[in-house]
Design a protein around this ligand. Structure first.
Ligand code: PLP
Length: 380
């Protein structure tokens, strides 16, 4: 079975984790700050906060932006459910903006229309979460211009996009957002098994996220309300969670970061190869915005008869997947008032979508095999 995605673990990665296991700290030691430093260096962000998942990173990002009851969060339907769920964690309402049919990311035209309607009814969102689908940045210049005109905060869900760039600068530098979030689940570009990071240029947002990831407790005198009572003293100054990343995860992440450019280069080479191998087949290939250099987490194609093609690929050892079932069509969200028909571009894309195998360790021979089976599948 050729899977649709998988991690690439080297002996150096294993050694880095074993070194931590033999050290004094399994949590709250030097590995997490070292990993955060590697993320800051790669993205150009002034702050990076490592946590136990991208879902946690999205949650503390919403908390830092003071999202709460009575507020509204907008994201896209073509995403993993976590991008929407975090709004509910904060007690806010959630709504969606349809995707661009070419890039499958948030559509600036749909956003502009929805903002006009929301402004007229006093229902503007406080937080907007565009998703860099498949590793390609959303059109952030257009999205941020529209959002900022209404004072709306932006969190980039870059779970797919570490190592990507937009207008020549790394995703994660927050040039068009307040906070950017990455995921390190094993199918993503680099992995920490489970894990995520929130990056920002804003020291105050970083400080709030730092409290939120660890119980709202601090040992920094500047953040305390009372005088220290001695060396043991700490204060809880906010409500937080235990969202901390372990030292083993951070050591794995830092080791993986040394190969980030290699992984993304290989993924791009495979994507270019798919582009040419599939050029004459009845499949729609993923289009690229000339402003974006994708990390190519996914290579989603569209076929006429998705159900038959999916079954044929699986039956022949190609472990394909589908990204994503539109969030608003999930039973949980239908019970909150959404229905099929609400976001037609996301639904049409989903009805035909298949993510075919793409990961750094995929060989050209594996890829040829995928293409061979897909040729038959797409004709069904
Ligand atoms: C993977 C993913 C998440 C959640 O990441 P975790 O690290 O598994 O919590 C959120 N959003 C998107 C778009 C994702 O792909």
């Amino acid at each position: 079975m050729i899977p649709y995605g998988r991690q690439d673990i080297s002996q150096a990665d294993i050694d880095a984790v074993v070194d931590v296991l033999k050290s004094d700290f399994l949590t709250q030691g030097p590995a997490v700050p070292a990993f955060e430093t590697a993320i800051m260096a790669a993205t150009g962000a002034a702050h990076a906060l490592a946590v136990n998942s991208a879902t946690s990173a999205l949650h503390i990002a919403c908390m830092a932006l003071d999202l709460g009851p009575g507020d509204i969060l907008w994201t896209v339907p073509n995403t993993f459910v976590a991008s929407a769920n975090v709004g509910l964690y904060c007690g806010a309402d959630v709504d969606f903006v349809d995707i661009d049919p070419a890039t499958y990311c948030m559509c600036p035209t749909a956003l502009a229309a929805k903002l006009d309607a929301a402004a007229a009814t006093d229902k503007l969102p406080k937080v907007l979460i565009p998703v860099h689908f498949a590793g390609q940045s959303a059109d952030m210049a257009a999205i941020s211009a529209l959002a900022r005109a209404h004072g709306i905060k932006i969190i980039e869900d870059a779970s797919h996009a570490i190592g990507a760039s937009y207008k020549g600068a790394p995703v994660g530098n927050c040039a068009y957002s307040d906070i950017c979030v990455f995921s390190f689940h094993p199918v993503k570009i680099i992995t920490t098994a489970e894990g995520g990071v929130a990056s920002t240029q804003d020291a105050e947002l970083a400080s709030k996220m730092n409290l939120a990831r660890s119980h709202g407790v601090t040992r920094e005198p500047d953040l305390m309300q009372n005088e220290s009572e001695g060396g043991w003293y700490y204060e809880q100054v906010a409500l937080g969670y235990n969202y901390r990343m372990t030292e083993m995860q951070a050591a794995l992440g830092a080791s993986q970061m040394t190969r980030l450019a290699e992984f993304v280069t290989r993924r791009n080479a495979l994507a270019t190869r798919y582009d040419s191998l599939l050029a004459d087949m009845p499949v729609t290939r993923p289009q690229q915005n000339p402003d974006a250099y994708s990390a190519f987490h996914l290579y989603p194609v569209q076929v006429e008869n998705r159900a038959a093609a999916f079954a044929h690929l699986c039956d022949n050892g190609i472990g394909v997947n589908v990204h994503y079932i539109p969030v608003h069509t999930q039973p949980f969200w239908q019970a909150r008032g959404f229905k099929r028909g609400d976001f037609p571009n996301a639904e049409h894309y989903y009805d035909h979508a298949i993510s075919i195998p793409l990961y750094a360790g995929l060989t050209d021979a594996d890829q040829d095999r995928v293409v061979q089976v897909l040729a038959d599948a797409a004709a069904l």
